[in-house]
Design a protein around this ligand. Structure first.
Ligand code: UTP
Length: 289
């Protein structure tokens, strides 16, 4: 029987330049969708997928993220005394359901390097990777869909979605043989290809479940596109030497790292909140006329 996947790596060490000036002093992962920081939504996806240990790969000026998952004694005590027990509980419960372990990536050398920083905590177990820019709203959490496949097939899995041809240069793109309409046996990957060089229109938006052998390949990976150590380049070695599957997950994905994607995510998540939905619809009507 295969090992149960209980650990996830969430790299949050990037500079968030696409969201300046907001990200000058605040980590982009702390920007809220309505009133919940993006990182909390990502960690909730991991917890709802059965993950117990979250390994955050952080950097300088990212302490707000760690604080968010800790108790805030002053706040919770004051709210409790003011008979605002519900709010006190809301604050306290945030970090209750998982262990958050942080590791510093001292230099932003790329996503591949960030994942490699997690090796001392992950050890020799398969693990999930979730990127904070991508929110995926689905009945069964996207990470759970990938974990189920990993456990069934005993092979590394990347979550993919179909994108228009002219958008391939924003993503890692997979190529290979379709095993069924949603599943590909990956033979190669290209990081952010121009449309004419894209092996398919299946893009990786930031969900992975990986065998620990990825660390061995990451150690051998030289800086690639943009001078960064790319996770995609190490995944190419998994595809060549072992087995890599790409699964078209069920769910709606929002690119919360992009300004328009962020606005769309805010509207979509607000519309899911019963206490906000009709007010948001009125606002949308007012501005769409
Ligand atoms: P991005 O390049 O999309 O994120 O990296 P960024 O650098 O934060 O944002 P922009 O593009 O400048 O606006 C994808 C993910 O990998 C992490 C980022 O935090 C993000 O979650 N990352 C990237 C690291 O943790 N370390 C790195 O060296 C690079």
């Amino acid at each position: 029987m295969s090992i149960k996947i209980k650990k996830a790596v969430i790299p949050v060490a990037g500079l968030g330049t696409r969201f300046l000036p907001a990200t000058k002093a605040i980590p982009k992962e702390m920007i809220p969708i309505v009133d919940v920081p993006i990182i909390q939504l990502i960690i909730e996806e991991a917890i709802n997928s059965g993950i117990q240990d979250i390994v955050l790969i952080t950097a300088r000026h990212k302490e707000a993220i760690e604080n968010h998952f800790d108790f805030n004694y002053e706040l919770e005590d004051t709210l409790g005394k003011k008979q605002k027990k519900e709010l006190a509980e809301l604050s306290k419960n945030i970090g209750e359901n998982c262990n958050v372990i942080t590791i510093r990536q001292k230099n932003p050398l790329g996503l591949g390097h960030a994942v490699l920083c997690a090796q001392p905590v992950i050890g020799n177990e398969p693990f999930a990777v979730l990127l904070g820019d991508d929110l995926i709203d689905s009945k069964i959490p996207c990470t759970k869909q990938l974990i189920d496949l990993y456990e069934r097939e005993n092979a590394s899995v990347v979550g993919v979605m179909e994108v228009p041809k002219n958008e391939t240069l924003k993503y890692g793109i997979v190529g290979g043989k379709m095993l069924n309409p949603k599943l590909m046996e990956v033979s190669h990957l290209v990081e952010k290809p121009d449309p004419q060089y894209a092996p398919s229109c299946l893009a990786i938006p930031g969900r992975y479940v990986l065998s620990p052998s990825i660390f061995k390949y990451l150690k051998d990976t030289k800086p690639g596109k943009g001078g960064e150590i790319q996770l995609t380049d190490a995944l190419e070695k998994v595809a060549k030497n072992e087995r890599l599957l790409a699964y078209q997950f069920d769910g709606t994905r929002y690119d919360a790292g992009d300004r328009l994607g962020f606005i769309e995510a805010t509207i979509a998540y607000a519309l899911k909140r019963p206490e906000l939905a009709s007010g948001v619809k009125d606002i949308l009507k007012k501005y769409s006329g």
